[in-house]
Design a protein around this ligand. Structure first.
Ligand SMILES: [Zn+2]
Length: 227
C-alpha cells in the first residue's frame, strides 16, 4: 500500500467519537477561527502542533519564508488569504512565524544557485529588507548568526508589510486586531515572541504574559473626533 494511502485510511479509522463529532459540527456550522498564522512551509514547522490547535481553530497560510508581500492590486495568495481572514472571518490575532535554520533565509543571506529557481528568487526579494537591516546593523557577525538575525528581522519586515494591507490597517485602527511576530527555534521547540515595546524577541514561558508585537487598541490619526 502506498504510504499516503495507509496514512489516510488510518486517519479515518482512528478518529475518536469526539473527533468525529467535532468534524460533523464543523461541517454543519462552518469555521470560526479567530487566529490567522502565516508561517514558513518548512516541514518542521507545524503551526497547529505548536499552538495545540484543533480543527477549526487556526486559519493557516504557509509559504516559502513566511513572507507577506506589501499590499498591491496584483492578485496573490497571501493577500487574498489575509483579506479573507480579516474581512470574512473576523480574526482578532495575526501571527507571522519564522523559524531557525530557514532555507529561504539562508538563500537571502547567500543567494548562490538561485538563478535555477527564478520564482523563488523573485519571491525572496520581499525579504531583502531583512538582509539589508542585518548588514547595516550587524556587519561583523558570523554566517550562522547572520542567518538567524535575518530570520528574526524577516519576521519584523513581514509584520510591517502586513500593515500595508488596508483590511489589516483598518482592523488595527479600530483596535480589533493584534499582531504577533514569532520565531520557532526548532531544536528546543521554543517560541520567541516579538515584544513591540522593547523591539526584542523574548522566550514565551509559563507565568509571563505573552509578548505582543502590536496590541489591539483603538487609535485615530486624525484629531477631529477628539472632544
Ligand atoms: Zn523556512
Amino acid at each position: 500500500m502506498h504510504e499516503l494511502l495507509s496514512r489516510l485510511t488510518r486517519f479515518k479509522e482512528e478518529l475518536s467519537p469526539a473527533q468525529q463529532a467535532l468534524y460533523q459540527n464543523l461541517a454543519r456550522h462552518g469555521q470560526q477561527p479567530k487566529t490567522l498564522i502565516i508561517s514558513c512551509a518548512d516541514s518542521r514547522v507545524v503551526p497547529e502542533q505548536i499552538i495545540q490547535a484543533g480543527p477549526g481553530e487556526l486559519f493557516v497560510c504557509r509559504n516559502t519564508g513566511n513572507i507577506v508581500p506589501p499590499f498591491s492590486q496584483a492578485n496573490g495568495g497571501v493577500t487574498s488569504t489575509v483579506e479573507y481572514a480579516v474581512m470574512a472571518l473576523g480574526v482578532t490575532d495575526i501571527i507571522v512565524c519564522g523559524h531557525s535554520d530557514c532555507g529561504a533565509m539562508k538563500a537571502v543571506a547567500n543567494p548562490v544557485g538561485l538563478e535555477k529557481i527564478p520564482n523563488v528568487a523573485a519571491w525572496l526579494h520581499h525579504s531583502q529588507v531583512a538582509a539589508q537591516v542585518v548588514e547595516k546593523c550587524h556587519p561583523n557577525i558570523g554566517p550562522k548568526e547572520r542567518v538567524r538575525a535575518i530570520c528574526l528581522e524577516n519576521v519584523v519586515a513581514q509584520l510591517a508589510h502586513l500593515r500595508t494591507h488596508p483590511s489589516v490597517a483598518a482592523g488595527i485602527a479600530r483596535g480589533d486586531i493584534s499582531l504577533h511576530g514569532w520565531f520557532f527555534d526548532i531544536g528546543p521547540g521554543q517560541i520567541l515572541a516579538l515584544d513591540g515595546a522593547s523591539g526584542r524577541f523574548e522566550p514565551v514561558t509559563e507565568g509571563r504574559s505573552l509578548p505582543i508585537a502590536h496590541k489591539a487598541e483603538p487609535r485615530l490619526a486624525a484629531d477631529f473626533c477628539a472632544t
